[in-house]
Each structure stands twice: as structure tokens, then as C-alpha cells.
Design a protein around this ligand. Structure first.
Ligand code: GTP
Ligand code: MG
Length: 417
């Protein structure tokens, strides 16, 4: 029964909206590509400047590259979510929880030193790629390269790509790419970060610390993001909410204080959502508990988390709820941002090509009419000539007959004399 349930969960995942849209648009571009090839073959056969000029031939040929270019981009299109927040708020732990595996290094203090992107791969083993190099490195070396505590340090704005087997995680299978970042508070180059990593992001997750409150550095970063992207989709995860269990009397009050400040930020400062929508973007979770719970279920860890704190189940439930809402948001927003432009270009190309081919058809039809006209006027002339010839031959026959009669008459007269 559990198997059936997990299957139905997988098939009903909102992420399929993106997958299905991607499949449809790829099929449509496949159709456009064969239309272009047919048109090209047809033009090659015509071989008549009066119907198709050299420049039109070149133009039709160029569509092949244009369509191939878009098909190539389409095959690489994915949904991208980026995680930001202050050092140690739990960004890497949140990503590991969503991936249901301890892939990214996490720990106390300043851990993640550069950008780390996790994406799906069709291989059976995971591997790692450093920026500007095609060498596949073992994922085990990530800790040494991405960790701020290690001796070899990459630049903060450099990117490590982890290609993780798709069949080990449903998010990756459905084309979601997750980007982890160093703490927002440890770098002055926020503009550079936005330029390099955020312009193609579909969703932003601000991992906040529920033990303190939203900080100005966190707010400033997102204010900058929203200057460059119109209405970014932003989620706020108030992480480390397990801390509230130690102060149960204050829990509700603290929650509403966070809620109020988060809403104020999303609605009035960032101005990306209204109040009702904002409620669906703010969650209170414990990534540490959720990760441990998932790893235990998988049998990946056997050590207990310690005593189960009050509110444990509801925090797990809220994490799952965040994921569900996140999946809906990211697939919808990615379909809009990633495919709307391609769809528009595809429509334009198909229209242009149709107009061109219709013009060729018109020209070939009028050429045919002209030929028919010439043909019919020459047949008229021929008929007239034939008539004239017939008349002439009758005249000749008559003349011959008259001459013959005359000769006969003269001969018989001479004989009778
Ligand atoms: P940097 O990479 O340094 O910017 O930190 P980060 O935001 O990636 O945080 P990370 O995931 O490394 O977590 C920092 C520490 O907090 C780790 O020891 C985690 O185990 C712990 N942690 C993460 N989430 C939670 C949580 O929900 N509750 C508690 N109690 N601890 C957590
Ligand atoms: Mg980290």
C-alpha cells in the first residue's frame, strides 16, 4: 500500500506541470523542424529564380539553425531554486532534507564557502565539476573544496556543480536544480552574486533563523534581487523552529511575531505578494529534525536524534507542506519564465515560414496561369493557320480541278477537229 501511495504521490507531483509542458514544447519544435526541412527540400526542387529568389533560399536555410538552437536550449531548461540566508541558519541542511541525502557539508560556524549547485545526472554514480573544467571529480572531495574550514579555498563566487543520480531523488528527476550559497553576511559582493547566480532563478528561499529575527543584511539582499527581477517568488523558512520547544509558553507569541515581520517584509517592503498569498510563503520548520527523520526512514542513520521535542510531528508536517507549495510555485513560474519566450519565438518562426511558402505558391500559380495563357493563344493561332491552310488547299484543289477540266476540254476538242 505504501508503494502504491508513493507512486500516486510521484505521479501527482506538481513538478510534472513543468515536465509535461517541456515535453509538449519539445514536440512542437520537433514539428517546426520537420516543416522547415520539408520547405527546404521543396525550395531546392523549384530551382527557378522567378519563384524563389536566392535570398529567400538563404532565409529558409537559416531557420534550420534557429530551430536547432532553441531545441538545444529546451533540452537544457530546468527549474532553479536558490537558497540564501545568514551563515549557519541551515541552508545546506534544508537542501539535504529536500534531497533526502546528506550531500552538502553542513556544520556549526561558517561552513559553505562557495556556491554549490546540485543537479540531476543520468549516471549511476554522482560526480562533481569545478567551474571551467570538465574533469569529473568524486563527490567525496566536496567537503575539502566547499568547506570554509579546508585549506584549499575556492573563490566565494565560484561554482561547484554536483551531478547526482536522478533516480536517487525525485526533485532531480523532475529537472529541479538547487543552489546553495555561502552566508549572505560574509561577503560584500552581493551584486556580483545576483548577476551570476540569480537572474535565471525561478524561486528564492530565504532560510531564516527562528531563534533570532530577519536581519537587515538578509532583507537588503532580497531588495536588490527584486530590483533586478520583477516580482521574484520568495519563500521564507523560519528554520530551527525546534528551538521553540524549549519555551512552549512563548511559542505562539514568537510565531506570530515572526509571521508579522515576515509578512511586513514580503508584502510592504519587497511588495511581491499580497497578505493572503504571503501566508502561503512562510513556514516554521526544523530542517535538522526533518533530515534526521528522512534518513532514519531510509535506514541511512540509526543513531536517535535525542529526545523527541514537543511539536516534532507538526514541524515535519510543515516541512512537507513547504515542499508541496514550493513544487507548485516553481513549476508554474518556470513554465512561464522558461517557455513563454520559446513559445513566442516558435509561433513567429512558423508564421514567417508559412508566409514565405505562401508567397512562393502564389508566384508559381501566377507563372502557371501565364504559361496557360500563352499556350491557349498559340493554340488559337494554330487553329486559324489550320483553317487558312485548309482553305488554301481547297483553293488549290479547285484550281487543279479547273485546270484539269480545261485541259481535258482542250484535248477532246483537238481530237474532234
Ligand atoms: P553556512 O554554510 O555556514 O552558511 O551555514 P548553513 O546555512 O548552510 O547551515 P548548515 O546547514 O551548515 O547548518 C548549520 C548548523 O545548524 C549545523 O550544525 C546544523 O546541524 C544545524 N541546524 C540546521 N538546521 C537546524 C534546525 O532546524 N535546528 C537545529 N537545532 N539545528 C539546525
Ligand atoms: Mg552551508
Amino acid at each position: 500500500a505504501q508503494d502504491r501511495m508513493s507512486k500516486s504521490v510521484v505521479t501527482s507531483s506538481p513538478l510534472k506541470i513543468f515536465g509535461n509542458a517541456k515535453k509538449s514544447i519539445r514536440d512542437i519544435f520537433g514539428g517546426i523542424a520537420s516543416y522547415v526541412e520539408e520547405s527546404k527540400a521543396c525550395v531546392q526542387e523549384i530551382n527557378d529564380e522567378r519563384i524563389c529568389s536566392a535570398s529567400e533560399r538563404v532565409k529558409i536555410g537559416e531557420y534550420t539553425d534557429k530551430v536547432a538552437g532553441i531545441r538545444e536550449v529546451l533540452s537544457r531548461d530546468h527549474m532553479k531554486v536558490v537558497f540564501f540566508g545568514r551563515t549557519s541558519n541551515g541552508k545546506s541542511t534544508v537542501i539535504n532534507t529536500m534531497l533526502r541525502s546528506k550531500i552538502l557539508p553542513s556544520g556549526i560556524g561558517h561552513t559553505t564557502h562557495c556556491f554549490v549547485q546540485v543537479e540531476g545526472s543520468d549516471t549511476t554514480e554522482g560526480y562533481m565539476l569545478l567551474e571551467g573544467s570538465a574533469e569529473k571529480r568524486p563527490v567525496s572531495s566536496l567537503k575539502d573544496l566547499a568547506n570554509a574550514l579546508s585549506s584549499v579555498k575556492l573563490e566565494e563566487n565560484s561554482l561547484i556543480r554536483i551531478c547526482w543520480p536522478k533516480n536517487m531523488c525525485s526533485l532531480l528527476k523532475d529537472d529541479v536544480v538547487l543552489l546553495d550559497s555561502p552566508g549572505i553576511d560574509v561577503t560584500p559582493d552581493l551584486d556580483g552574486w545576483i548577476d551570476k547566480f540569480c537572474l535565471d532563478a525561478d524561486v528564492f528561499v530565504l532560510v531564516a533563523n527562528a531563534e533570532s529575527t530577519l536581519m537587515q543584511t538578509e532583507k537588503n539582499f532580497f531588495l536588490k534581487v527584486s530590483e533586478m527581477l520583477s516580482k521574484p517568488t520568495v519563500f521564507i523558512l523560519n528554520n530551527r523552529w525546534d528551538a521553540s520547544a524549549s519555551e512552549p509558553d512563548m511559542m505562539e507569541m514568537v510565531r506570530s511575531q515572526h509571521m508579522e515581520r515576515n509578512m511586513e517584509f514580503l508584502c510592504n517592503e519587497l511588495k511581491v505578494v499580497n497578505k493572503k498569498e504571503a501566508e502561503g510563503r512562510i513556514f516554521f520548520v526544523s530542517a535538522k529534525e526533518a533530515l534526521h527523520n528522512r534518513l532514519t526512514e531510509k535506514g541511512a542513520v540509526t543513531t536517535p536524534l535525542g529526545s523527541v521535542l514537543e511539536g516534532y510531528q507538526s514541524r515535519l508536517f510543515e516541512f512537507a507542506q513547504f515542499e508541496r507549495t514550493f513544487e507548485e510555485c516553481i513549476s508554474r513560474s518556470a513554465v512561464k519564465t522558461k517557455f513563454a519566450q520559446h513559445a513566442h519565438k516558435g509561433k513567429l518562426m512558423a508564421c514567417e515560414l508559412r508566409e514565405l511558402m505562401e508567397a512562393l505558391l502564389d508566384r508559381s500559380q501566377s507563372l502557371r496561369e501565364e504559361v496557360t495563357k500563352v499556350y491557349s493563344s498559340s493554340t488559337n493561332q494554330l487553329a486559324q493557320l489550320e483553317r487558312q491552310l485548309a482553305e488554301i488547299s481547297t483553293d488549290i484543289e479547285n484550281t487543279i480541278r479547273m485546270v484539269a477540266d480545261d485541259v481535258q476540254l482542250k484535248v477532246s476538242r483537238a481530237l474532234s477537229d
